[in-house]
Design a protein around this ligand. Structure first.
Ligand SMILES: CC(C)(COP(=O)([O-])OP(=O)(O)OC[C@H]1O[C@@H](n2cnc3c(N)ncnc32)[C@H](O)[C@@H]1OP(=O)(O)O)[C@@H](O)C(=O)NCCC(=O)NCCSC(=O)C[N+](C)(C)C
Length: 496
């Protein structure tokens, strides 16, 4: 059952805007209320980044993008929605007032999450009429990519609310982690604050500069944390004797005077200037927008790597991505899309991800095959060979592929694919796919391929059923009237 069909975002800054993008990319319409005069522009920019990131993150069929409606009041925004996410500035009286206003106007069964980084949900729900449906839903930036949400109930939050919230965030590709007891700053920000305090002392005391500190993290334990966190990493560090041995060996060191983090560094003008100047030097002229794009590409790369982890089953955030993609495949994407069969079908639009590029600076070979495969998958969905069809035991397998490379594809370049059926019968689909540069339409690669309809359990080709043929045949008949694509039937060794 779909838990969120419509959402509202109250506050549309960096966090609120990214929540809106997360909802919209999961196909959920979003009402937005933000009195900032440039709210629409800011959210539009966040959405553009989010769409770019999803273009790299997954080839699973996304649902039609949810619509944004900018509302004039909180009341208008929250009326008749299933989930309301509050992301206004971090001041208790302001947040409490906004949440009380949301509570008065929202349906009594609507869930109300707060993005607060540290305020107690009990304090936020103090003046609500229906406090049982309010909780903290603390995300991490960029919310459209990082999947974690800390779910924290207050004294009056019902367990049913937390259960519903956990199921709802799973539907939008997130991992809801339920925090057992409410404390200020929950779990994530507690940990970050400890690190942040220590880091500020290290800069203040000239032990290192900001770049050195970041290097220490990103070339070492930062990579460990992304995939195993702290305790699982330390379990391994304990060797065969495991965690108990690790605690016995390194526990006593905690009494050594290593850290200063319970003292608060004086963030005076001199320290602010020092950190500001070191950070400027570290950025080397790159704008925040450029850094955001680099961050998003790296995060996508990490999630892809984790998706292949644990022998292909997926690990951590990568397993979550794999599970989300399974749900997207099962839903089958945008069913409302129509295709014009009087020309080759335009099936995939994408951009060359930086991770697809080889040492020659252009898209590497296997990524072409990936795009051809994504295109044949899109054709199969169109003729009803979707997730449910495959689960039921039949599919199409590719048995032959002939690729030609006619031009280069550079990082960031927009591409689209078109597919022309050459010949079909009950067992075979013979087709020709072209990858085009989106700006000029020029063909930069082609593939001529043959797929066979198979009984997957038997591992044998079998005729496709009438319902598949009924969708395939009209396209094949329309495509038979088109001129054969240039290059169809070529073999390696022929002169161009
Ligand atoms: C199971 C398998 C696909 C087919 O095995 P089979 O049943 O033993 O098949 P036959 O060899 O008997 O062939 C059946 C009929 O099809 C004709 N055929 C076979 N190959 C071709 C070809 N390249 N071109 C034209 N025709 C072909 C053959 O002549 C037979 O015709 P009849 O008239 O006599 O019936 C098996 O081959 C297999 O498992 N192959 C491996 C498939 C695979 O793993 N592919 C990679 C996966 S990538 C992919 O599938 C991508 N995607 C589609 C999911 C996007």
């Amino acid at each position: 059952m779909t838990i969120i069909t419509k959402a509202a975002c109250i506050g549309g800054g960096v966090i609120g805007g990214a929540w809106a993008a997360r909802f919209a990319l999961a196909g959920i319409d979003v009402n937005i209320f933000d009195p900032h005069p440039e709210a629409e522009r800011i959210i539009g920019e966040v959405m553009a980044n989010a769409e770019r990131a999803y273009g790299m993150l997954t080839m699973a069929p996304l649902p039609p993008r949810g619509k944004f409606t900018f509302c004039k009041s909180i009341e208008d925004a929250v009326e008749d929605v299933d989930w309301i996410q509050e992301s206004v500035p971090e001041r208790l009286p302001l947040k409490r007032g906004v949440i009380t206003e949301i509570d008065a106007a929202a349906r009594p069964d609507a869930l109300i999450g707060s993005s607060t980084s540290g305020l107690l949900p009990s304090d936020l729900q103090a003046e609500m009429k229906h406090p049982e449906r309010m909780f903290v839903a603390h995300p991490y930036n960029p919310v459209y990519l990082l999947p974690l949400v800390e779910l924290v109930g207050g004294k009056k939050t019902s367990p049913e609310t937390i259960r519903r919230a956990e199921a709802a965030v799973a539907e939008i590709g997130m991992k809801g982690v339920v925090i057992a007891k409410e404390i200020e700053a929950f779990v994530g920000d507690r940990l970050l604050e400890a690190l942040w305090r220590e880091a500020l002392w290290l800069i203040q005391d000239d032990i290192c500069d900001t770049e050195t500190l970041d290097d220490v993290m990103r070339y070492s334990f930062g990579m460990r944390w992304a995939q195993m966190g702290l305790f699982e990493t330390y379990r391994i560090a304990g060797g065969e004797a495991g965690m108990r041995h690790f605690l016995a060996q390194f526990g006593p060191c905690l009494k050594w005077p290593w850290t200063k983090f319970t003292d608060v560094v004086d963030l005076d003008d001199a320290l602010v200037e020092k950190i500001g100047a070191q950070s400027d030097a570290q950025a080397a002229g790159r704008s925040v927008r450029e850094l955001e794009r680099i961050r998003d590409e790296n995060l996508v790369g990490i999630m892809h790597a984790l998706k292949a982890g644990d022998g292909g089953k997926g690990w951590g955030a990568g397993k979550l991505l794999a599970d989300f993609e399974k749900r997207l495949w099962a839903k089958g994407g945008d069913q409302s899309k129509t295709y014009d069969a009087s020309r080759p079908l335009r099936l995939v639009d994408t951009k060359v991800n930086a991770a697809w590029v080889d040492y020659n600076g252009h898209m590497t070979e296997h990524r072409y095959l990936q795009l051809f495969g994504d295109t044949s998958d899109a054709l199969l969905r169109l003729i009803g060979v979707d997730f449910a069809y495959v689960q039921a035991g039949h599919s199409y397998y590719t048995v032959e592929t002939h690729i030609r490379h006619l031009g280069e594809a550079k990082p960031g370049q927009a591409l689209y694919t078109t597919l022309q059926l050459l010949r079909v019968d009950e067992k075979r689909i013979h087709f020709f796919t072209s990858i085009h540069d989106a700006a000029s339409g020029d063909v930069i690669a082609t593939a001529e391929q043959m797929m066979l309809h198979v009984d997957a359990k038997a591992g044998k080709s079998v005729p496709a059923p009438a319902e598949v043929m009924a969708k395939l045949t009209p396209i094949a008949e329309a495509h038979a009237k088109l001129p054969p694509p240039e290059g169809a039937g070529r073999h390696v060794g022929q002169r161009r």
